[in-house]
Ligand binder design. Structure first.
Ligand code: NAD
Length: 356
């Protein structure tokens, strides 16, 4: 049954397909920009050279210092380059870390952004930015950081190693899972979320077998677009709260943490969100949502235990205390002991347990 809802769409121009990077010069022109600053990570400077060649006179320069968690000091270095070059737009090519830098520049300057995502993180579709100052990450929502144009080119994802593809894709699935039971969920977002889980669920194991499988890569990128859109449109719940807490407190890697926590957070929430669980089960073709997500993580070869990411056992209590101290809304409210049990299972790499 359709209940009363509010739908608040976000503007997005998306160019999707194989070979779409060739559209970049025309997309810069479409924004009326003439001096694009290209953003990459230190390991992907080659992309900076390639985009410079593609953009010709439209390229003002390259900043290849993007790193995880958008530290403010890196943004300040990039801002210096923005001013020196007189850049009038940014072109961020890379994963969530590079996209984060583009958003941080947009927040300070209002410069339009073109994003060319190369992982399945999904940040490009959201008005959300997390920035780190003195080791503390703070997240905010602002329309100023929503990219104007997103170019999804399936060909650029072919080089993503199978394991990174798997965990990055499960990070995207996590956005869709939480969108299905978000407090402000609505029928449109639920359609996108279910489609996204189905597309990524069938694509990720196939990519692990053959990373150059373009049909699977297309499905995965399509699922990512939908997942990012879901994250941008509705609120996050227990799963994202736990990942932010664990990632921030113990410096755990982003996509790996999402992959490990998701089955456990889903099992915890399942009793209070039967319709969402039914949608996940339909999408994955499984009997139990949490078990299906755990099996998916296993099938892509992901680590299954937080202890294998370097989290100390003594951190279990700390993380449970921090999570309940400032909870997000969740269909099943945060209960300290049950959340501690959830984190303990994730720490040890045990399978998820229904309702706990
Ligand atoms: P990442 O951007 O750090 O990329 C991981 C690594 O993969 C990097 O070394 C990168 O150079 C490399 N890489 C990227 N694309 C590749 C490709 N096609 N082939 C080979 N290597 C490639 O990691 P990520 O998981 O994409 O993003 C994580 C970050 O994004 C986190 O900081 C997270 O907080 C943020 N994020 C933000 C939002 C949001 O809405 N604000 C949403 C999701 C994630």
């Amino acid at each position: 049954m359709i209940e009363r809802f509010t739908y608040n769409g976000l503007p997005a121009r998306v160019v999707f397909g194989s070979g779409t990077l060739a559209e970049l010069p025309a997309e810069v022109d479409r924004l009326g920009a003439r001096r694009a600053l290209i953003l990459t990570t230190p390991t992907r400077t080659r992309w900076g050279d390639e985009l410079t060649a593609l953009l010709g006179a439209r390229a003002a320069g390259v900043f290849s210092g993007a790193v995880m968690h958008t530290p403010v000091d890196v943004t300040e270095q990039a801002m210096k380059v923005v001013r020196e070059l007189g850049a009038d737009c940014t072109v961020a090519m890379g994963g969530g870390s590079t996209v984060g830098l583009g958003k941080a520049i947009a927040l300070r300057t209002g410069l339009p952004q073109i994003v060319v995502p190369t992982t399945y993180a999904g940040s490009e579709m959201t008005p959300i930015i997390g920035e780190t100052r003195d080791g503390v990450k703070a997240t905010q929502k602002s329309m100023a950081v929503l990219p104007e144009t997103v170019i999804y080119d399936v060909d650029l994802t072919l080089s993503m190693p199978p394991l990174l593809s798997g965990i990055s894709g499960i990070n995207a699935i996590a956005h869709s899972v939480e969108a299905l039971y978000a407090q402000d969920r609505n029928p449109i977002v639920s359609i996108m979320a279910e489609q996204s889980i189905a597309a990524l669920g069938r694509a990720l194991p196939a990519i692990c077998l053959d990373p150059k499988n373009t049909d699977a890569r297309t499905d995965a990128l399509y699922g990512t677009w939908l997942a990012g859109t879901c994250l941008g449109l509705v609120g996050m719940a227990l799963h994202h709260k736990l990942c932010h807490t664990l990632g921030g407190t113990f410096e755990l890697p982003h996509a790996e943490t999402h992959t490990i926590v998701l089955p456990h957070a889903t099992a915890y929430t399942a009793p209070a969100a039967p319709e969402a669980m039914a949608a996940i089960e339909r999408a994955l073709g499984v009997k139990t949502a949490a078990d299906g997500l755990y099996a998916l993580a296993k099938s892509v070869g992901a680590k299954l235990a937080l202890r294998d990411l370097g989290m100390p056992e003594s951190g279990i209590d700390k993380a449970a205390d921090l999570a309940v101290k400032s909870p997000y809304w969740n269909p099943r409210p945060f209960e300290r002991d049950a959340i501690r049990a959830l984190i303990a299972r994730a720490w040890a790499g045990e399978p998820p347990r229904a309702g706990a």
